[in-house]
Design a protein around this ligand. Structure first.
Ligand SMILES: CC(C)(COP(=O)(O)OP(=O)(O)OC[C@H]1O[C@@H](n2cnc3c(N)ncnc32)[C@H](O)[C@@H]1OP(=O)(O)O)[C@@H](O)C(=O)NCCC(=O)NCCS
Length: 184
């Protein structure tokens, strides 16, 4: 039987992984895709623990790699369920990279994964309510609610922008851009 509600702490998850040479890109830094894959795993772990069900990733917000991650660093990903809807959850992930020799820790990025819980019938299924036990929990829940509204408004604006592209006026619209029009 599914629990009525679970506190944020119940599903908080951290994974730490050593950045080995095979994770590097041609510039010698850790590949962004490797970090994204690890973020997806930790988001999944936190979301499915809270939900008590398998979850799928729907959207990822705010992926900005602020600092490069080096080979040999220990990367820790801290995941916390910030918000729950009816069947969806928003998991906040803070990524930190530690140089093992100096002990210096860099905050490389914070991102938000929206996941949806699926039942045995592969359909979205209701998740337990989230128990907010302190000011930080409350702040993150409201922040996620606000971000959800912004994302929905942005999606509408983007759909609108896509449906109103005036290709006929391209020479005027693109006159200051770094492209060369060679269309007939
Ligand atoms: C995510 C998925 C289950 C949504 O299915 P759906 O039929 O649209 O389901 P619903 O309309 O009932 O929405 C379910 C929840 O997803 C949320 N959702 C749907 N589309 C969303 C989007 N683009 N962004 C954010 N949330 C979204 C809804 O708000 C709803 O949340 P709520 O119950 O908390 O209010 C479905 O699109 C899916 O299975 N996608 C594939 C996911 C996957 O495989 N990911 C792995 C990467 S390949």
């Amino acid at each position: 039987m599914q629990e009525q509600a679970r506190p944020v702490q119940y599903s908080q998850t951290t994974i730490t992984e050593l950045m080995i040479p095979s994770y590097a890109n041609f510039g010698g830094k850790i590949h962004g895709g490797t970090l994204l894959s690890l973020m997806d795993k930790v988001a999944y772990a936190a979301a499915s623990k809270h939900a008590g069900n398998y979850c799928v990733t729907v959207t990822v917000d705010k992926v900005e790699f602020l600092e490069p991650v080096e080979v040999g660093d220990l990367v820790s990903m801290h995941a916390s369920v910030n918000y729950v809807g009816r069947t969806s959850l928003v998991v906040g992930i803070r990524v930190e990279s530690q140089n093992v020799k100096t002990g210096k820790v860099k905050h490389t990025n914070s991102s938000f994964f929206t996941m949806v819980a699926k039942g045995d019938d592969d359909k979205p299924t209701v998740v337990p309510k989230l128990i907010l036990e302190n000011r930080e929990d409350v702040k993150r829940f409201i922040e996620a609610m606000n971000m959800k509204k912004i994302r929905e408004a942005m999606r509408e604006q983007m759909d609108d922008a896509k449906s109103h592209i005036e290709v006929e006026r391209a020479s005027q619209i693109l006159k200051d851009e770094r492209c060369i029009l060679q269309t007939n």
